[in-house]
Design a protein around this ligand. Structure first.
Ligand SMILES: Nc1nc2c(ncn2[C@@H]2O[C@H](COP(=O)(O)OP(=O)(O)O)[C@@H](O)[C@H]2O)c(=O)[nH]1
Ligand SMILES: [Mg+2]
Length: 408
């Protein structure tokens, strides 16, 4: 890693120097004000690094796979720990700020390797249980479903709903089904649609804060569309709902990422603070405390890197967010999504934002993710246009993607 210091009269000029010398992949390690307003003026110092070997680093030695914890159902055939929020209870959950206790303590280095091998062991075990559940589902499927149900089952699997979930849905549809409807495609589709719809909780729009600016953080892996989604949300609430909206960009940003959000803030005339330390975060929050909402863009974090996750944990502790939205792309493999979901649920998040729906033709992943995480979806992103390609999630449209137009 090459580490260098850059000084200039303004923060912007110092950042430009970083970009010129180290390029867009540079990581900002520290910033500070130096000099004195009376003697020669204030100066800004930016410490930046460039990790030339980052691309070549081997993947961690441990394989992390994860299986859902929610295969248990109650006597009515519903998942026990997968709450379905009605709009009222969703609001209640939305209004509850995230407590510190939902942010778990850090895993410090002496325990890290032990923790890692323990996690790997548990993950491998869960993965085995999950694939056994899928295999069992496959097997029992062979025990001859009526043709109409078999068609539904095939369609769901084509849409990449996990076999175990497909089986649960089929059982749910069959329950109490009048004998004469067993091969009635329309009736079965309608039942399927209703079952999927009630399995897809949504949270409704973000609401403005009452006694202080509502703090909304987006977290998630790199490249899923966090910054783009924040821009869409900020633009929506600022321009369409005329609310007072501000942006905070947190953590060690790559130059390219700083420029991206700075450009957006400039064009849309939405105030932005770039923060590197807890104190800067506090100052920015104070500055924006009388706004309606403040969106916090966090650096993309690899869920496989414990240090990255601990950085994020620290950022969230300093931030004390009201809501954390885990942002994931629907194009990510289900296996990886399970790992991502679990890693972020260790830190604590409230909502799911799912992006890149325009880049896939199968949406079963949405169902699997919601069912297994028990979290409600807040927004859906369907492209790169700001702010148009963002929709408020609604259960009916989601069910439509997953189960097709059965609601006719
Ligand atoms: N096709 C498509 N591209 C998207 C979507 N959301 C974001 N992107 C693009 O994905 C890339 C990464 O987005 P960015 O917001 O920088 O991701 P971040 O690293 O999570 O902040 C950019 O090129 C975005 O324009 C989406 O819903 N669909
Ligand atoms: Mg970003």
């Amino acid at each position: 890693m090459t580490i260098r210091k850059f000084k200039a009269a303004t923060m912007k000029d110092a950042l430009l120097l970083v970009k010129d010398e180290l390029g867009p992949q540079a990581v900002i390690l520290n910033t500070r004000k130096t000099g004195n307003a009376l003697f020669g003026g204030e100066r800004y110092e930016v410490t930046a690094g460039l990790d030339e070997s980052a691309q070549k680093k081997a993947a961690p030695e441990y394989a992390m796979t994860y299986s859902p914890k929610k295969l248990k159902k109650n006597s009515e055939g519903r998942y026990i720990d997968s709450p379905v929020f009605g709009s009222d209870s969703a609001t209640a959950v939305m209004e509850r700020p995230m407590r510190e206790s939902t942010v778990l303590p850090e895993f410090n280095s002496p325990a890290q390797s032990e923790f890692r091998s323990l996690t790997a062991g548990i993950d491998a075990m869960r993965s085995a249980v999950y694939s056994i559940a899928d295999q069992a589902a496959e097997k029992s499927k062979e025990s001859a479903l009526p043709p109409a149900l078999a068609r539904i089952s095939d369609a769901l699997e084509q849409n990449e709903v996990s076999p175990a979930h497909v089986q649960q849905l089929i059982e749910q549809i069959k329950k109490g089904l009048p004998a004469e409807s067993a091969n009635d495609d329309v009736a079965l589709r309608r039942r399927l649609f209703a079952a999927v719809e009630s399995d897809m909780p949504v949270s409704g729009h973000i609401k403005k804060g009452l006694d202080r600016a509502r703090r909304i953080a987006l977290v998630g892996p790199t490249g899923v569309g966090k910054t783009t989604t924040i821009a869409k949300l900020a633009a929506h609430f600022r321009l369409r709902e005329n609310l007072k909206v501000a942006l905070i960009a947190a953590d060690n940003y790559r130059m390219a990422a700083i420029e991206q959000i700075q450009q957006f803030a400039g064009i849309s005339n939405i105030p932005l603070e770039i923060v590197y330390t807890d104190d800067e975060m506090k100052a920015a929050l104070e500055k924006f405390s009388r706004f309606d909402m403040v969106f916090i863009d966090t650096a993309g974090r690899s869920q496989r890197n414990i240090e990255h996750m601990n950085d994020l944990r620290r950022t969230l502790l300093a931030l004390d967010p009201d809501e954390v939205h885990l942002t994931v792309s629907v194009t990510t493999k289900m296996k990886d999504l399970r790992v991502i979901e679990r890693k972020y649920s260790e830190i604590g998040y409230h909502r799911l934002i799912v992006t890149k729906l325009d880049e896939t033709i199968s949406y079963g992943t949405l169902y699997n993710l919601v069912k297994e995480s028990g979290k409600a979806i807040s927004y859906i992103s369907t492209g790169q246009s700001i702010p148009d390609d963002l929709s408020l999630a609604d259960s009916r449209s989601l069910a439509n993607l997953i189960a097709g137009g059965g609601a006719a």
